[in-house]
Structures are given as C-alpha cells and as structure tokens.
Design a protein around this ligand. Structure first.
Ligand SMILES: [Zn+2]
Length: 419
C-alpha cells in the first residue's frame, strides 16, 4: 500500500500541503476497467495446513498443488523458508521442525536375494538422491543417511566378503532411508506448494500428476531397486522445481534493474508520468488499473494512493491498483495524477510484488510489522526510488520510515532470506 500524507489534519503533526475546497475526482469514471470479479475477490478463504499423515495425505498435497491458484496464503506458515538464490537444498530438505524420519516406520527386515553389484548400485544411487538431506536443524545428517553412507563405504571394499545377510541389511537401509526422505519431501510440498505456485506464477516445470505419483512411496517397500529409481525421479523433479524458482528470481531482479533506470524529472508532465508508469509496469509484466481498496478486502482509505493485494493469489500476482477512493486525485501536481511521485508510488507497489515473489507473501516474517518500511527500502535499493524525495512525500508516516534495519532486511529479502 502506498499512503500519502496529503490532507492529514494538522492534529496528527502533518499539515496538509494545501487547504481549501477541491473537487472530488469523478469516481470510477475514466479510470480503467472494473473487473466483474470485484465482488468475488478470493480474499475470504484461508489455507489450513492439516497434520501430515503418510499416504493418506498424498492426495491432499496434490489438491493443494492444483487449486492453489485460488488459495490464500494468509494462514500459511512461512517459517524456515530460505529457498532463495542459493539455499534451496536447506529449503527442500529440511522442511519442518519435525523430521519425519521418525520411529513410526519400523526398519525393514526383508530378504531380497540381490547380487552385491545391484545392492551397491542401489546404495550409491540412493546416496546421490539424498544428497543434502538434513534434519530439522538444517545441519544434522539423518541417522538413516549416515548408515547408508557407511554401506557405500563398505561397497567400496571387497564386496565378495559380504554375506547375504549383510546385503539384505543394506537393501533394507536403502528402503528405510528413501521412505523417510520421501516423507520429508511430502511434508515440504504440503507446506509450500501454494507458495511455490504463486512464486513461479503457476508454471510448474514438472507434471503435477507425475509429482503426485513420485510422492507416493507406498510401494517402495516392495523392491529396493524400484524405490531407488523412483527416488532419483523425485530428486530430479525437485531440482527442476527449484531451478524454476531461481529462474523466476533471476528474471525478477533483471526486470527490477531496468525499472530502476526509469526516472522522470520532478517537473514531469502528467503525460510523462503515466508514460513512465506504463513503461515500468510493462517491464515487470504487471498491469495496473484504478480500483476500490475493497478489491483486496480492506475498507477504503482516502489517503491510500495505490495498493497490491497481499497474499498468495495468482489472480493478483501481476496486478497493481490505484485507489479510486483516494481523496486527492484532483489535486494536480501535488498528490494528484500530475504528481511525479506517482511513479515512486508505482515502484513501491512493484516492490510489494517483488517481495511477495521472493517470499510467497508481501509481509514476510523477517519484515515483521515493518513491512511497509521494508517495502520502501526495497524500492530505494532495487527500484530506483529517490529516498530523500520519497521521505519528503511521506513525512510523518512512521509506518513507512526507513532506517538502517529496514535497508538491511530489504537486502536480505532480495538475497532470498525471508524469515
Ligand atoms: Zn505499501
């Protein structure tokens, strides 16, 4: 949201820039399309995470993947997300505070009658698939993976000395580790699939039906070689998903640099101002329109210039809005459509969007209650908004005031840290 102090009463310490009578703008006239779904904006639902239950919830995972375009992220836990430019292994491998490589699955004790060469190939493939898998604290290596690596070392020696009992144990270790890892991945997608869909604009790089099938480990216990093959496919799918996220982020940051270079004079004409707004929104792949603030479920605010719908809905991912209820559109050069600061207001909304793509929400945990100030900081750092000039325009608006802390947080978000 972008708020202007114009018209604040002197009572709150901010004098209006002008006083007197101003003709209200013709509400709704000439401000662009009013989508028919205004009254149906998807901001009434809540994403509720159900407790993880192996197998039974695989369908839930996929339901989430498929319908997330309509879901809200407002209730979604965002803790622990670090899948930015570099940290995706931690994100995909340590999804929660409760590692599911737990005691609920009894170790397998089956006999397999597999040759040593096959057993060791399975172990090696499994270790490759589980590379980077960690426990809840992101550093601890799960015991099942440690065991598997010990088996891999054993395989590097003289395998002819291994008994069938030894080999069966290694196959069972393989199955145990893969199923525990799979459970963590299932939980990861349960928690993150809606967020990921939003971040990648719904463009999953893998077939979600195939992903669903790979997340179902119910038959992995039947055949260690099959389990290893499925795990390798799941690893590959995960890698594709995170490569896609990184591709989106790289493109986003490139677009931000181009937007930052779009500047206008402080004496720019209204035509120049809105041409620049056209340019920066198109650069980011965003449309803009004039809408009532109620579009995002907020009550109307006459000081709100522009807004971005906060959470998680694909239908609002690539839109920013100017508030038809803003009181001062008719003010001309100060606070109105003829104010060059409108370009900065636009860049502020685009910064909300960038943050939401980085983190899955425009109010990430790391920003806390300072999300508006952090958004301004992001706009200063990455969208080319002139800090001094913007501060003059938002004098007295503490919610938007940027200090070193907010600048640091904005930088971290840009680097991929959201909590
Ligand atoms: Zn804002």
């Amino acid at each position: 949201m972008q708020t202007s102090p114009w018209g604040h009463s002197a009572g709150n310490g901010v004098a209006p820039f002008r006083s007197g009578q101003f003709a209200p703008p013709a509400r709704g006239a000439g401000y662009g399309p009013f989508p028919s779904h205004v009254s149906n904006a998807p901001f009434s639902g809540t994403y509720t995470r159900t407790a993880y239950r192996k197998r039974a919830n695989v369908g839930v995972v996929i339901s989430i993947i498929l319908v997330m375009a309509l879901l809200l992220a407002s209730g979604m836990a965002m803790q622990g997300i670090h899948e930015g430019m570099t940290g995706y292994r931690e994100a995909v491998i340590s999804p929660s505070a409760s590692p599911s490589s737990d005691a609920s699955h009894s170790p397998h004790t089956d006999s397999w009658d597999l040759p040593a060469q096959q057993v060791c190939a399975n172990v090696s493939s499994a270790v490759d698939s589980l590379d980077g898998w960690t426990g809840a604290d992101s550093t601890e290596v799960p015991a099942k993976l440690t065991t598997l690596k010990q088996d891999q070392s054993t395989c590097a020696g003289d395998v002819s000395s291994l008994s069938s009992t030894d080999l069966d144990a290694m196959s069972n270790h393989t199955i145990d580790a893969l199923i525990a890892w799979n459970a963590d991945i299932v939980e990861f997608y349960e928690q993150r699939s809606a967020t990921i869909t939003y971040r990648i604009n719904g463009k999953w790089p893998v077939d979600t039906d195939e992903l669903e099938a790979l997340l179902d480990s119910s038959s992995w216990s039947d055949d260690p070689t099959y389990a290893v093959q499925q795990a390798a496919k799941l690893k590959s799918a995960n890698d594709a998903v995170f490569a896609k996220i990184n591709e989106v982020i790289t493109g986003l940051h490139a677009d931000e640099s181009k937007v930052a270079s779009v500047q206008i004079s402080h004496t720019a004409s209204e035509q120049e101002i809105w041409a620049a707004i056209d340019t920066v929104t198109k650069q980011m792949g965003v449309t803009y329109s004039f809408e009532p603030l109620t579009l995002c479920g907020s009550s109307n605010g006459e000081h709100t210039v522009a807004f971005f719908c906060n959470e998680g809905s694909l239908s609002f991912r690539n839109r920013i809005m100017f508030n038809t209820g803003y009181k001062y559109w008719g003010w001309g050069e100060l606070g109105g459509k003829g104010d060059p600061w409108m370009l900065d207001a636009t860049k502020h909304e685009l910064s909300h969007r960038s943050i939401s793509i980085m983190c899955g929400t425009s109010r990430p945990t790391i920003a806390g209650e300072r999300y508006e100030a952090v958004t301004n900081a992001y706009a200063y750092l990455f969208m080319g908004v002139d800090r001094q000039w913007n501060e003059q325009h938002q004098l007295g608006l503490e919610e938007y005031a940027v200090g070193d802390a907010e600048m640091g947080i904005a930088q971290k978000i840009h680097d991929g840290t959201c909590s």
